[in-house]
Design a protein around this ligand. Structure first.
Ligand code: GAR
Length: 208
């Protein structure tokens, strides 16, 4: 069984989707062994505790700079013997030492169709605000490997939802989460844990 460590910063609905999938037996070959939060009051921590999953809190301002923080995160991941690290709404920047230590072993869910609406400044509701400002008619979410390039790693899974007249960022966020994120993140985690994702020449090839 692979050890899955989930990194969170907020409400943790994607963590909940992973926990629910695990309970249904839909995460094959792995189990969530630790949740690490960058915020002490993240509701995601409650979700972990309610499901008897060990938690850790690593708050950015407790460390002098991004490098000290990244070292603490790397130490925690190593101590937890992580086989897979999942960014599930994790909003704190880590330096390149972390993704270099876990090449093609860290995945992120991003609430848009990469390469659109991604990169620096595109996180959480801001992504959906930008989608509505541009007037695109289709959006979605992406699960990808984490590399040194922000939101630039190999794409594992994507799916789409329509953008509708009258959408607010909140309504669109909910549609993207319910219809895409909460489905493709557990699916990608299960595929990873069954060794069904391989990266060839920078492209993720998925055996479904
Ligand atoms: C999710 O929509 C996730 O895709 C997004 O933040 C939200 C977290 O919600 N992540 C990013 O924007 C990362 N760039 P959650 O805490 O309820 O899972």
């Amino acid at each position: 069984m692979k050890n899955i460590v989930v990194l969170v910063s907020g409400g943790g609905t994607n963590l909940q989707a992973l926990i629910d999938a695990q309970k249904r037996g839909d995460i094959k070959g792995g189990r969530i062994t630790c949740v690490i939060s960058s915020k002490a009051d993240a509701y995601a921590l409650e979700r972990a505790k309610q499901n008897d999953i060990p938690t850790r809190v690593l708050v950015r301002k407790d460390y002098a700079d991004v490098h000290e923080y990244s070292k603490a995160m790397l130490d925690a991941l190593n101590e937890e013997k992580a086989d897979l690290v999942v960014y599930a709404g994790f909003m704190t920047i880590l330096d390149e030492t972390v993704c270099r230590a876990y090449p093609n072993k860290m995945i992120n869910v991003h609430p848009a169709l990469i390469p659109s609406f991604c990169g620096k400044g595109f996180y959480g509701l801001h992504v959906h605000e930008a989608v509505l400002e541009k007037g695109v008619k289709v959006t979605g979410a992406t699960v990808h490997f984490v590399t040194e390039v922000c939101d630039g790693g190999p794409i594992i899974l994507q799916d789409t939802v329509p953008v509708k007249n009258g959408d607010t960022p909140e309504i669109l966020q909910r549609r993207v989460m319910e219809n895409v994120e909460w489905k493709i993140l557990p699916k990608a985690v299960s595929l990873f844990c069954q060794d069904k994702i391989h990266v060839e020449n920078g492209i993720a090839v998925v055996d479904e």
